[in-house]
Design a binder for this molecule. Structure first.
Ligand SMILES: Cc1cc2nc3c(=O)[nH]c(=O)nc-3n(C[C@H](O)[C@H](O)[C@H](O)COP(=O)(O)OP(=O)(O)OC[C@H]3O[C@@H](n4cnc5c(N)ncnc54)[C@H](O)[C@@H]3O)c2cc1C
Length: 511
């Protein structure tokens, strides 16, 4: 699209900036409640190099992959490439833990319970089995029990790309007006009231869009960057000075290897499950009582199978999924060739999937305990602005990401507990670098989960948005992004974000 012709729709009730996970779910709910919605999306219909350019950032702390390869600027946002793994935060994540400074949300988890339930349907998981106990029962398997670790499942969206899942709304609803290549670059405001959002295309065409209320659903890092821009000299939302501070990701690290004592028992417990069209991934979390006793952050782990055959099998699965999902154009000729060349392996995968309802695991794979860990809620990581400007004229992100000794101590505690708790099914051998902060820190990766920087709080003095996600000091501007999380547990963040989006829709559409 070259320019932005005038909108033909009636003035919108709500303008949503960003058509990614949160923006799309919010739009679905608002339309259901009879609202007229204007959506402004910076990217195009698919991923384009030129649209990704504004995401190029300066990195000053530890290497952080996700700032460059973990977010996508296109219709559907990062759901065009994400895994689609769904998990609630724990009860304890919402409570202040006296041994974790800055922890707790300003409301309990019960506040989100009805919205989590509605988010499940919007993720395409309404017919999935939602009780872990029932999943084991339906498979005729005993649910596992460990003394200090709690087994649980994450669930995976069957259609992860929200631009496809909610295509009908985005393309056919008369209540939605979606503009692509409409990059928000500034607010037009009169004191605490936002009158409009100024957008710019990559070719430089500027337009101002007006609405009654504005929701910024730009992704975790980009939400902070947008509200940090210096053109807004006075920033009522940042009286706390916390904008961009305490950025958090989930650390992912191979903390130990596992040697099963009995292969069949081990694979029954830990191999991914495919049941009635849905995928369930078995995981382990540190029990809340152990966290309190050992004063750790919240840590969980999954079982990772590594090896050459495992890598090929993983790639075949991705290609097969593209073909089955009708995304055959995304499959390269080398991927298609690999599918033919490794057809016996593919056949074994299909057998295990369709007959045994479990993931295929290559014999002799190395088995790793991959931990994913909460970061300190008052982390010293931050999002600030670089001195260079992007192709839209905005100052770029400067990301300073750190992994603290406290976070590594929590991983160490998890591995010690796993050695005891799993002793009846596997020998757990800690990673040799785990006893050195410096060496293990280099093995800690980020997980493309961008949280914090715009903390939700009841008072403007200790956060950036209020309990309804409205920017402190503003009348009609809201942020719907994981940037608002005060602390982040270990759970994949998007399910909670979507629950917040549904809750925000109810707030914007009171009955
Ligand atoms: C490979 C990968 C796997 C992942 N797997 C999981 C997983 O399994 N489970 C999970 O919970 N999370 C996962 N994530 C993270 C997940 O994708 C994000 O948490 C989620 O997409 C965040 O939703 P969002 O709406 O905040 O941001 P996005 O989905 O990124 O959407 C933001 C939208 O805003 C638009 N935008 C940005 N700036 C502007 C602007 N100035 N003007 C107009 N539009 C703008 C963008 O183009 C984009 O469409 C994964 C991420 C990656 C990369």
């Amino acid at each position: 699209m070259q320019g932005l012709p005038e909108s033909t729709m009636q003035p919108a009730d709500v303008c949503i900036v960003g058509a990614g996970a949160a923006g799309i779910v919010l739009a679905v709910e608002l339309v259901r409640q009879g609202k007229r919605v204007l959506m402004l999306e910076g990217g195009g219909p698919g991923i384009e190099d030129a649209s990704q350019e504004p995401y190029r950032s300066e990195i000053t702390g530890l290497p952080h992959n996700g700032v460059h390869i973990g977010r996508f600027r296109a219709k559907g946002g990062t759901t065009t490439r994400w895994g689609g793994q769904i998990l609630e935060l724990d009860d304890a994540d919402f409570t202040a833990r006296e041994w974790v400074p800055g922890s707790g949300w300003p409301f309990p988890k019960q506040e989100l319970a009805p919205y989590y339930a509605r988010a499940i349907a919007l993720e395409g998981l309404a017919r999935a089995t939602l009780s872990d106990e029932a999943v084991w029962r339906e498979l005729n398997l005993q649910s596992p029990f460990f003394t200090e670790l709690e087994p649980f499942f994450s669930r995976w969206c069957p259609e992860p790309d929200f631009s496809r899942l909610h295509r009908n709304l985005l393309e056919n609803s008369s209540q939605v007006d979606l503009w692509l290549h409409a990059n928000a670059i500034a607010l037009v405001r009169e004191g605490p009231k936002i009158l409009g959002v100024k957008t710019r295309t990559l070719s430089g065409i500027e337009t101002i869009f007006r609405a009654d209320r504005f929701v910024f659903a730009l992704g975790g890092i980009e939400s902070c960057r947008f509200f940090l821009q210096p053109e807004e000299a006075e920033k009522p939302w940042n009286r706390s000075g916390l904008l961009g501070r305490h950025f958090q990701d989930h650390i992912i690290a191979p903390a130990a290897t596992l040697e099963p004592l009995n292969a069949a028992t081990f694979h029954n417990i830990f191999d991914n499950i495919f049941h009635r069209g849905f995928k369930y991934q078995p995981k382990l979390r540190l029990s809340p009582s152990v966290q309190a006793q050992q004063r750790t952050l919240n840590v969980a782990a999954m079982i990772l199978y590594k090896g050459d055959t495992e890598a090929i099998a993983g790639q075949l699965k991705i290609t097969a999924r593209k073909l089955l999902g009708g995304k055959w154009r995304q499959a390269s000729s080398s991927e298609l060739f690999a599918l033919l060349r490794h057809s016996p392996l593919l056949a074994r995968q299909i057998y295990r999937y369709s007959v045994k309802h479990r993931a295929y695991v290559a014999p002799r794979s190395r088995i790793e305990l991959g931990v994913h860990t909460e970061q300190d809620p008052l982390s010293r990581s931050s999002i600030t602005l670089s001195e260079t400007r992007d192709s839209l004229g905005m100052l770029r992100t400067r990301l300073d990401w750190h992994v603290s000794n406290n976070e590594i101590d929590s991983i160490r505690a998890f591995v010690k507990v796993a050695q005891r708790s799993l002793s009846s099914i596997a020998r757990v051998v800690p990673d040799p670098d785990l006893d050195s902060y410096d060496r293990f820190r280099l093995k800690c990766g980020d997980n493309y989960h961008h949280m914090g920087g715009m903390r939700v709080s009841s008072s403007p003095s200790d956060g950036v948005v209020d309990l309804n996600l409205r920017l402190h000091g503003m009348e009609n501007g809201y942020v719907c992004s994981a940037a608002v999380y005060p602390n982040s547990g270990f759970s994949n963040p998007t399910h909670t974000l979507l629950a917040l989006a549904v809750r925000l829709a109810d707030h914007l559409s009171p009955i």
